[in-house]
Design a protein around this ligand. Structure first.
Ligand SMILES: C[S@@+](CC[C@H](N)C(=O)[O-])C[C@H]1O[C@@H](n2cnc3c(N)ncnc32)[C@H](O)[C@@H]1O
Length: 330
């Protein structure tokens, strides 16, 4: 199966990572390896890339793309949330069986990239895991085999209130209540297991004027609910919030952390973390003298998030919601 994904904000990622020859870098979300390839071109002749993805198919595709750099790359199929474990206790075999990376990386990394969300290949009709609402697939939506929950379990087993909550919070879906009610009615008759049935329920829950993809709508009515389910299945927001302090730990002083997000809640998590970690004291304003002892651990490099140019958006519409934030470890 071909794996297509056009990396987003490539020049900006390179600018903010500010890499030198021989720098070691972590790409936490390897995808098709587009960013990784650019990073490796900058970090020769000896810089090493530790690259993770939850999705075995992404690793396979990126492995082919990065073949010419294979001596300088360690590919691991795992969630980035397990990075501390992987650094402390390297598995017997990364996909390229490079066992020496622990020694190399003990001094910390020069850069760490998180390019969140999902790749175009995962959302394509060929993927088959239910990320796409444009073909009939099983409602799975797991990035990788390490996740137990599936989208089918959520729509068939979660309460109406919980469905409304995720459709509203993760999808910002206006018709969350009526979609959840119609899911409950459907599943009283039979299990909801196919993406096409869910798309039909969503379309039927929209007021007649809002249905369909045409009629002046920028996005398909199913977009937001599918996004909400994917975020819930993969626990994306909690994983991100829990990981950011660990990302900072993995960097050497002066190392750069670059995060691209595609969802306002993700961006809020990154912004909040950066703001907290850039401060010398986290005591409430009413306390005149610092008692928390917190010290700034990073310097923010992007006062506002960096977004793609209109030219990039016109070439790659999937980049339109991207927001990049970068910081340097002090
Ligand atoms: C937007 S794509 C990355 C594209 C990549 N930067 C490129 O240049 O091709 C996001 C990737 O993150 C992966 N991913 C999502 N959550 C993850 C996690 N917790 N740990 C590791 N990879 C994850 C997805 O499987 C997907 O391949």
């Amino acid at each position: 199966m071909a794996y297509h994904h056009q990396p987003v904000l490539v020049n900006e990622v390179l600018e903010y990572l500010n890499l030198k020859p021989n720098d070691n870098v972590i790409d936490c979300t390897l995808g098709g390896g587009g960013h990784a390839e650019n990073i490796l071109e900058r970090t020769g002749p000896h810089g090493h890339l530790l690259a993770l993805d939850r999705d075995p198919r992404a690793l396979e595709a990126a492995g082919l793309r990065l073949k010419k750099f294979s001596k300088r790359v360690t590919l691991i199929q795992n969630s980035y949330k397990n990075l501390p474990l992987l650094l402390a206790d390297p598995p017997e075999s990364g996909l390229n069986k490079n066992k020496n990376y622990k020694k190399r990386f003990d001094l910390g990394f020069a850069g760490l990239l998180l390019d969140l969300g999902l790749s175009s290949a995962q959302v394509s009709a060929e993927d088959g895991r239910g990320f796409s609402f444009q073909s009939t697939e099983a409602l799975d939506m797991r990035f990788g085999p390490d996740t137990a929950l599936t989208a089918a379990e959520i729509v068939n087993q979660w309460s109406k209130e919980d469905l409304i909550k995720i459709f509203k919070e993760y999808g910002e879906e206006k018709f969350a209540k009526s979609i959840a009610e119609n899911i409950i009615l459907f599943r009283a008759r039979k299990l909801l297991t196919a993406t096409s049935d869910l798309v039909k329920i969503i379309e039927d829950s929209y007021p007649t004027s809002g249905r369909g993809h045409g009629q002046g709508r920028k996005i398909h009515p199913a977009t937001k609910v599918f996004q909400a389910l994917r975020i819930a299945v993969n626990d994306e927001l909690r994983v991100l919030a829990g990981f950011l302090p660990q990302a900072l730990e993995a960097l050497a002083p002066g190392g750069r952390l670059v995060v691209i997000s595609y969802h306002s809640l993700e961006d809020r998590i990154v912004k909040h973390f950066f703001n907290q970690e850039a401060k010398d004291c986290l005591c409430p304003k009413e306390i005149p003298v610092c008692v928390c002892g917190h010290q700034a651990r990073l310097k923010i490099l992007t006062k506002k998030p960096v977004t793609p140019s209109t030219e990039e958006i016109s070439k790659n519409s999937r980049s339109r919601s991207a927001k990049l934030r970068a910081a340097e470890k002090v």
